[in-house]
Structure formats: structure tokens, C-alpha cells
Design a protein around this ligand. Structure first.
Ligand code: GDP
Ligand code: MG
Length: 162
């Protein structure tokens, strides 16, 4: 069975954009509006001699506030069923409380975990955008999916960790 790689994160951070770039499909709807990915979308990826199943989790990780016990349990249970976790954050907004919840739940799952700081459209702002997130002590890459920057680093991290 192929490893399952879950893309998680708040609405509108770029999860579906990343999914479509890596899978080379347009299966995930990308929209400048929260909550457009209603279902979980899974697509097999065969890249750099490795295979994995990529999952756009919009439908579950955007379901609501992780402080809600039920939602937190559902997300936790879902993350136990995957092998790798890629959490996308919005580098223009910076770290917000919901991100802390997402990071906490992802770390508790005990799987290889990558933080992606997206929407860093100016390459010279990469370091400052990442600085907010160093406190978590996890792997971090900065990216601009719009400019296709950082996607190679993410694929490299995935292929090394599966
Ligand atoms: P999701 O809700 O997390 O799945 O986010 P989407 O992939 O649907 O993207 C939400 C919006 O952010 C869309 O309008 C995208 O075009 C935009 N977006 C995605 N990546 C970038 C980026 O690197 N820079 C900028 N400026 N916008 C981006
Ligand atoms: Mg989406």
C-alpha cells in the first residue's frame, strides 16, 4: 500500500493549490473563498521514483474550530490513518491561534510532519515569514505556490520521509 500524505490547514491557505500542482490535476477546487473543498480528495502520485497517495483534507480540517471536542477527535482519528502530515500556513497572515491547534494535533499524531509557510510571494521575505513558526521545532519550508516556489522542497521532504 502506498503511503498516505495528508495536506492539512485552515481554509484559504493554499492546500488545494498544492494538491493540484503535485498531482498535476485540477481535481481540487481552488478558490479565494473559505470552505470550497467539501470532501476529502485522494490522488495517487508517482514522482522521483516514489509513490504515495496525496490527500486534500479541506473537508475535514476546515470543518470548524479545533477547540470543539468532536472535531478535534475526528481530525485526530483521521491523522492516525495517514503516514505523513503536511500542514500549510499562510505566511502573509502569520501564526494565528487555529494554526497552533492544527500544529498541536499534528504533532500528537506522531507522524513525520512538515510545516509549509505559503504565500511568501517575495523570495526575500522567506526568513521573516518562517521566523514565527520556529518555536514548534518541526521541519519548515517556505513557499509560494502561486510562483511554484517551494514545491520541490516539499516533494523532496515527502520522498525522504515515506
Ligand atoms: P485552500 O482553501 O487551503 O484549499 O486554499 P486554495 O488552494 O483554494 O487557495 C486559496 C487562495 O489562495 C486561492 O485564491 C489561491 O489562488 C491563493 N493562493 C494559493 N497559493 C498562493 C500563493 O503562494 N500566493 C498567493 N498570493 N496566493 C496564493
Ligand atoms: Mg481547498
Amino acid at each position: 500500500f502506498a503511503s498516505k500524505v495528508a495536506i492539512i490547514g485552515r481554509p484559504n491557505v493554499g492546500k488545494s493549490t498544492l494538491f493540484n500542482i503535485v498531482t498535476e490535476t485540477r481535481k481540487a477546487v481552488v478558490k479565494d473563498q473559505a470552505g470550497v473543498t467539501r470532501d476529502i480528495i485522494i490522488e495517487p502520485v508517482d514522482i522521483w521514483g516514489k509513490q504515495f497517495d496525496l490527500i486534500d483534507t479541506g473537508g475535514i480540517t476546515e470543518a470548524g474550530d479545533l477547540f470543539s471536542k468532536l472535531i478535534k477527535e475526528q481530525v485526530t482519528e483521521f491523522l492516525h490513518s495517514v503516514d505523513l502530515i503536511v500542514a500549510v500556513m499562510d505566511g502573509r497572515v502569520g501564526l494565528v491561534p487555529e494554526d497552533r491547534d492544527i500544529i498541536r494535533v499534528a504533532k500528537q499524531a506522531g507522524k513525520p510532519f512538515l510545516l509549509v509557510i505559503n504565500k511568501v510571494d517575495k523570495a526575500q521575505e522567506e526568513e521573516i515569514a518562517k521566523a514565527d513558526f520556529y518555536e514548534f521545532g518541526v521541519d519548515i519550508v517556505s513557499a509560494s505556490f502561486e510562483q511554484r516556489r517551494g514545491v520541490g522542497d516539499i516533494i523532496e521532504w515527502i520522498t525522504k520521509n515515506i
